[in-house]
Write a protein that binds this ligand. Sequence first.
Ligand SMILES: *Cc1c(COP(=O)(O)O)cnc(C)c1O
Length: 229
Amino acid sequence: MESIASNLARVREQISSLTLKAGRAASDVRLVAVSKTKPARLIREASDVGQIEFGESYVQEFLEKCEDPLLQGLPLQWHFIGHLQSNKIRSIVGKVALVHGIDRFSAAEELSRRSVQHNLHTDFLLEVNTSGELTKYGISPDTLLSEAEEIFRLPNISLRGLMTIASPDTDLARKEFRELRNLLEALKKNAPDPTLLTELSMGMSQDFESAIEEGATILRIGTAIFGWR
Ligand SMILES: *Cc1c(COP(=O)(O)O)cnc(C)c1O
């Protein structure tokens, strides 16, 4: 089996060469290592070779990792990338650098309420269902702009961009990435502070090449680093 260190080195190399090939600056694309279902020991291995940003999808598992003795004192930044039930939001507030999966007004409202309560500020992304698959979470592209208008008014949270999970088909995935980028541009025209809207979280192990070409700023990669789940 390949080691985490060599997997990470390979993925980072692929990302930087694709980024340069796309005419973009290397610093424009960040790698979030998706560690869901994987033990703290492997997160530690990745951290030891310089990986800082990690993605988790399940609240209980995430909270356990936050407390894990193996990970104390490491410079980790957590991204919450999973679906969030409203009653779970309060337990992650204050522990995450960025919440990717806000997919409805009520979730943004709860994120805001809990951030106010803890007197802190939370950055988040809206998840958009660009594929139209009924099994996927996310706001419909048709209602995104009107929902965002309400969400911009909520205190103690900042919308930083958009997130999507693309179709398995590579041609469709590319179209969906492009649509997400266009939606972000449209959103900037309506935003109180467009300079905050910098992030496109798109691209996973199977499709990060086209995501980079279509403007991704955050890649969420699990399998290519940590192996099959
Ligand atoms: C699991 C997961 C990923 C990582 O997927 P891989 O195919 O393992 O790279 C990315 N984004 C989300 C939202 C996920 O749930």
